[in-house]
Design a protein. Sequence first.
Length: 159
Amino acid sequence: MGPLRPRHVACVSALLVACFPASAAASPAAEGEPLTSPARTLVSMEWTGGIAGVDDYIVVGTDGFGRIDRETGSTYFRLPARKVRKLRRALHAAGFARLASYYQANPSVADGFQYAVLYKGHYVRADDGARPPARFAHLLLLLRKLAGVTAPTGWSPVS
């Protein structure tokens, strides 16, 4: 199925009800500190494709709590306030209302990934090797870094 297919969109509510412990991609909670679900979703991204047929997902709440779903299981995290601010700046700078809905690689990248980002009701997809605007490529690279995705792309590195 495609990125952020209906089962994932429907699962966002269920994800937000879950408890959000820590991962290596973000700052862990203090020992014994309970983590609660985010009040609302800030952003979510699904990445699909690759040689192994990956279909993974990250959701970050407005409060910095998040979850990464992979075939091997779910990982939970809490972003420090400075990383939440950085993510919010990148989301705002991306200008979702002015982005195309799909940035397709031409020619397509064999075994490449496709990324689908959902933010404030705007859904934007991009293929590895596509040429999305720099403001969106920066956000994609930031989300990939949060999710621990290390596969190469044709985009510029995040500063």
